[in-house]
Design a protein around this ligand. Structure first.
Ligand code: ACO
Length: 446
């Protein structure tokens, strides 16, 4: 089997969003804190009419119909999410209703849970299945995303929502580089959800940023090791045309690309283009190098032109929809395909981070020559720019009211119908109709 990777990709994001500069005023924080300080434009959210199952169903059905994929051609279905509505039943099982009604019940795969990294694990499993002796010739489907909500306060503007679906197979458009992966995992408590009675995480914001950047450093070194055993060239950011990051908020993505440039400098400190960084050589991966505004200033300036060219095209969806946790980095890939026309043979580096923590740096090459769908087709079919423009902007008061409804609804028990109306659910979208006396959730399409 040749050229295994992503053959098609699309995203479902909700109809409603709140504007970040309006949210700044409502939250009485200084002008620019969310829009410049965090780098975010808008944020997607849902009330209690949508949950992770309804969003995943919408995302899968949209992919299958837009690309006219036969339901029987799927042999593996993996879900990556941290939006938990059942301690036992996987979202994958709920998605089976779409397949069983069309006669396909022979589908491997269940859910993977680890903060924002579940989708990456689901993707890796699917790639490895196709490479293995267990593969039966069919496609895999990876469904990944979340509803990210935080309690009131500093973290709330870094929420978001969206579910990405990817069709994985041979002769792909986005072909993953075999063997080239750098992984770093450790046990930390930067972000976790120990209290199942509330939807919100326990989060140590500053620690999570430090963990994210440290994981990036470690993955850089691991990837570099593998890169340099398989090629004769030296590894640096010059080896790639584009870089996609997991994006909790855009400013962290800017800092992360700058951090990769800092890593390039540490590998090659005598290169004259890095001379402004020489005073920062000794701190390298020390604690004070992760939150250091002087170092940030220099690396951000040094990397700015490259950032605009190599990273910015992949940031559209995360700036507009916010953090979709497991979906975030893959919405970055889709943004890239929607923003750049001539991608053939381009090399893309990808950084996936999930708190707790699990992180990987991996890469792909774009193959428009003998793939079924070209990157331009995928960009056109996903139509994200027009869909983003057609959303409904709600006021921060309404956003706050709806999150209060979600919170209340989450704490209710027993048979119930959701509190929210169907006003914000767009036509063709699955929604939660009711929860019956056995606590089984029932869905309908609007
Ligand atoms: N104009 C321009 N910039 C501003 C303004 C302003 N008016 N006000 C503040 N800023 C800047 C700050 O200087 C800061 O920049 P810096 O990061 O370069 O220092 C930035 O905006 C953020 O301001 P802080 O005061 O540091 O923000 P705060 O502590 O209130 O919250 C945080 C930010 C920690 C990211 C919070 O939103 C959070 O906890 N989010 C959830 C955790 C998260 O997303 N972690 C990332 C990795 S893990 C994951 O994916 C979930």
């Amino acid at each position: 089997v040749k050229d295994i990777g992503i053959c098609a990709i699309d995203i479902y994001f909700p109809q409603t969003y709140v504007n970040q500069s309006e949210l700044e005023k409502y939250d009485k924080v200084s002008n620019g804190k969310y829009t410049i300080g965090l780098g975010q434009n808008n944020m997607s959210f849902v009330g209690d009419r949508e949950d992770i199952v309804s969003m995943a169903m919408t995302s899968v059905q949209m992919m299958m119909s837009k690309y006219s994929i036969d339901y029987s051609s799927i042999g593996r279905l993996e879900v990556g999410t941290e939006t938990i509505i059942d301690k036992s039943k996987s979202v994958k099982s709920s998605l089976m209703s779409l397949f069983q009604e069309r006669g396909n019940t022979s589908i491997e795969g269940v859910d993977t849970l680890n903060a924002c990294y579940g989708g990456t694990n689901a993707l890796f499993n699917s790639l490895q299945w196709i490479e293995s002796s267990y593969w039966d010739g069919r496609y895999a489907l990876v469904v990944t995303g979340d509803i990210a909500v935080y309690s009131k306060g500093a973290a709330r503007p870094t929420g978001g929502a969206g579910v990405v679906t990817m069709l994985i197979g041979p002769n792909a458009t986005l072909v993953f580089d075999q063997f080239l992966r750098g992984t770093h995992m450790e046990n930390v408590h930067d972000f976790y959800k120990p209290d199942l009675s509330i939807e919100y995480p326990y989060v140590d914001g500053k620690l999570s940023i430090e963990c994210y950047l440290r994981a990036l450093d470690k993955c850089y070194l691991e990837y570099k090791k593998r890169f340099e055993t398989t090629t004769t060239s030296t590894f640096s950011m010059e080896s790639f045309d584009y870089v996609c990051f997991h994006s909790p908020y855009n400013r962290l993505v800017q800092k992360s690309y700058a951090r990769l440039i800092y890593n390039d400098f540490l590998q090659n400190p005598n290169n004259p283009k890095y001379q402004d960084l020489l005073p920062f050589k000794h701190i390298s991966t020390g604690k004070d190098s992760y939150i250091n505004s002087k170092l940030d200033q220099i690396t951000l300036k040094l990397s700015l032109d490259d950032f605009k060219r190599k990273v910015n095209p992949s940031t559209l969806l995360s700036k507009e929809c916010g953090n979709s946790y497991c979906g975030s980095v893959y919405s970055g890939i889709l943004s890239l395909l929607s923003n750049v026309n001539d991608l053939n043979n381009k090399k893309v580096l990808i950084f996936s981070y999930g708190s707790g923590l699990a992180a990987s740096l991996f890469s792909l090459r774009i193959n428009n020559s003998n793939s079924l769908f070209k990157t331009n087709d995928i960009g056109r079919i996903s139509n994200i720019k027009e869909r983003l423009l057609n959303r409904v902007k709600t006021s921060p008061e309404e956003f706050s009211r709806i999150l209060d409804i979600r919170e209340k609804s989450h704490q209710m028990s027993g048979a119930r119908t959701p509190i929210d109306t169907l006003d914000y659910v767009s036509p063709g979208t699955f929604y939660l109709d009711k929860i019956d006396d056995k606590l089984i959730r029932h869905y309908k399409i609007k």
